[in-house]
Design a protein around this ligand. Sequence first.
Ligand SMILES: [Zn+2]
Length: 384
Amino acid sequence: MFEFSITARSGRARAGLLTTPHGVVKTPLFMPVGTQGSVKGISPRELKEIGSQIVLANTYHLLLRPGPERVRALGGLHWFAAYDGPWLTDSGGFQVMSLGDLRKIDEQGVTFRSHLNGDLVVLTPERSIEAQEALGADIIMAFDECPPYPSSPDYLKASVGRTLRWLERSLKAKTRPDQALFAIAQGGVDLELRRTSVLATVAFDTPGFAIGGLAVGEPKEDMYPAVELSTRLLPDHKPRYLMGVGHPEDLVAAVALGVDMFDCVYPTRTGRFGYALVPEGRLNLKLSRYLDDPRPIDPACDCYACTHYSRAYLSHLVRAEEILALRMLSLHNLRYLHRLMEAAWEAIQSRDYGAFAREFAGRRFREGIPPWFTLALREGGHWG
Ligand SMILES: [Zn+2]
């Protein structure tokens, strides 16, 4: 029911096939985030058209509204949200942590006030798994603690220990055999703690592993050594998911090091702010220079926005705050990341990921390739 096989390698980059109860997906892949069980403004049919393979839903939001038991009664996410492909739910931990003063963490779990009505809610590993089983995603996540950046070494250490105990409780609480539970390693950018966390997490032998606690504000010079160490220590034959990462340059660098899966609100959120992702970076369609530009966002893109609309029209819609602008930019930005991962897959299949990554970097970093990107390519065996 759940299987991962590697079809080709280029350096440390891997192309793979991940089998889930709701379909086989190709890795590396990017997962759009459907916070409320919906990728904002994009229908399931459109998600399929642009090549989305797994959709992520946030347990925290669905726990508060409409409630996981209601979703279960209506056929789980696949039926309730009318997307019959694979789903992944997060544990709710990350979002609860980011509530700041509204929450309290102890060994039992996290107590917080609902941002909707102020109700006191307790989220524990057991409750998170129960909720994720009710939501019914193909892949569910262990309940973990993602410490903020920066955190003191003592706090990080305590949180790594707690995350491991919560992983054990998450696994114990799990009852559905048709869902794969991924464990999450933490440790911030402290390489010793990261090593401890990854090695202890791997011992649980879950069907996949996530690298958590990164891309939370730390410099990239500190993030990449932690990614590199993690993929070096994680088992080769299991999928690796780098959580909360969605900038195109990060996808290309992390795939170089052997990461298989990503998620982030970045493409849809930046789209709603009027930005379109392109190989050179992103276009700010609020700028007046686009008002007379007849070209598509990206002539190489096959999405509906790029094959039908000019930058001029989209720029006009952005200024007029038309819903269509937000939809089209989200659609294009997701398609951009899916095309990027499809191209990465092809490059790995033809065993030349280095050439693909260098070509990407040549367009993206016109003022010089940053050292963290070069490091990822070199450590991944794609450079020199
Ligand atoms: Zn497009």
